[in-house]
Ligand binder design. Structure first.
Ligand code: CUA
Length: 338
């Protein structure tokens, strides 16, 4: 496949699925950015090409058959010419070619599955991802529980090192897919599925829930941020810190936040310790809110907190019954969560 053709298809995929918030990093399964994806990509292209060739052959044969059938000749006012006997051999030729193509695909698929079964080296990090309607809880596990922490939707990993994901479903079946780095794996309540992936270079790699899970399925996005190992270590150490004590209006906002939001959200080291909704301890480190559908800006925070049902109908966050002043204070508090 020529690079131009690949780019054209990527652009089509991009324009179908790109959300506004992650627009700079298209959801792209036709380029590989990780060692695992390197194994899968040639198989992806081969099956696309084989499928396209089969469709063309079938379409041409079908058109030829329609053209030659007796009824068509009647329509043309001619006497029909009956087909020659012996057409059965074409069936065997067709079955033989199909079986060969399928056999090659099956053997190749099994080999790829074996190749990607285990990571090339011991995973650098283990991350537990829990699929909720409609966001992702992301918990970094550590043998020392005091060094474990939780974030949401944006997953930082060290570039160049394999990472292990443990996938858990909280409510219904979701599917976890970072197409440039790995194939998809279902996220199922009551069981833990594992997958590994790595990113060869630092960058942002978009993902998307790929199992229909309710009305906001399409707005259940995530992204992997592959950092240099040094940047990742810094990010990880920062996540373990409790946010600074807010001052002024933000201090008022913290009281309001704990009252109206703290039963569902957690901010580490404070009275807000709910687990139904995303952990907001370091909210301002994230580029997006609402599971990837809005950029994390001053205005979008206001819009989202003020009317979550207007932006993402059906999600569990209800419109808080607060005044504009209270809302302003809550936002001021959230903006201190660095
Ligand atoms: Cu979660 Cu679709």
């Amino acid at each position: 496949m020529k690079p131009q053709a690949a780019s054209a298809i990527s652009v089509i995929c991009y324009s179908c699925f790109a959300g506004p918030a992650f627009a700079a990093s298209p959801l792209d399964y036709l380029h590989s950015a990780g060692r695992k994806a390197d194994y899968v990509l040639p198989l992806t292209w081969a099956t696309i090409i084989i499928s396209a060739v089969v469709i063309v052959i079938v379409a041409v044969l079908l058109a030829a058959a329609i053209w030659r059938r007796p009824g068509f000749a009647y329509l043309q006012g001619e006497m029909p010419v009956l087909p020659e006997q012996g057409g059965l051999s074409w069936l065997w030729i067709g079955v033989g070619i199909s079986a060969l193509a399928l056999l090659v695909t099956i053997v190749w698929t099994v080999k790829v599955l074996a190749d990607i079964d285990t990571p090339p080296t011991r995973p650098a990090v283990t991350i537990e991802v829990t699929g909720h309607q409609w966001w992702w809880a992301v918990r970094y596990l550590d043998s020392d529980p005091s060094r474990s922490f939780t974030t949401a939707n944006e997953i930082h990993i060290p570039a160049g090192q394999p990472v292990l994901f443990r996938l858990v479903g909280a409510d219904v079946i979701h599917s976890f897919w970072i197409p440039a780095l790995s194939g998809k794996t279902d996220v199922i309540p009551g069981q833990t599925n594992e997958l590994w992936m790595d990113a060869k270079q630092p960058g942002v790699y978009r993902g998307q829930c790929t199992e229909y899970c309710g009305v906001q399925h399409a707005n259940m996005q995530m992204a992997v941020y592959a950092d240099t190992p040094a940047d990742f270590a810094r990010w990880r150490a920062h996540q373990l810190l409790s946010p600074a004590t807010p001052q002024g209006d933000a201090a008022l906002g913290q009281v309001e936040f704990n009252t109206y939001c703290g039963a569902c959200h957690t901010v580490r080291g404070t009275d807000a310790n709910g687990v139904l909704a995303p952990d907001l301890s370091h909210l301002m480190q994230r580029k997006t809110i609402a599971a990837g559908i809005l950029a994390n800006t001053h205005d979008n925070l206001w819009a989202w907190i003020g009317d979550p049902q207007g932006i993402k109908p059906g999600n569990l966050m209800q419109k808080p019954e607060v005044s504009a002043n209270q809302l302003s204070s809550i936002r001021a508090y959230l903006e201190t969560l660095n």
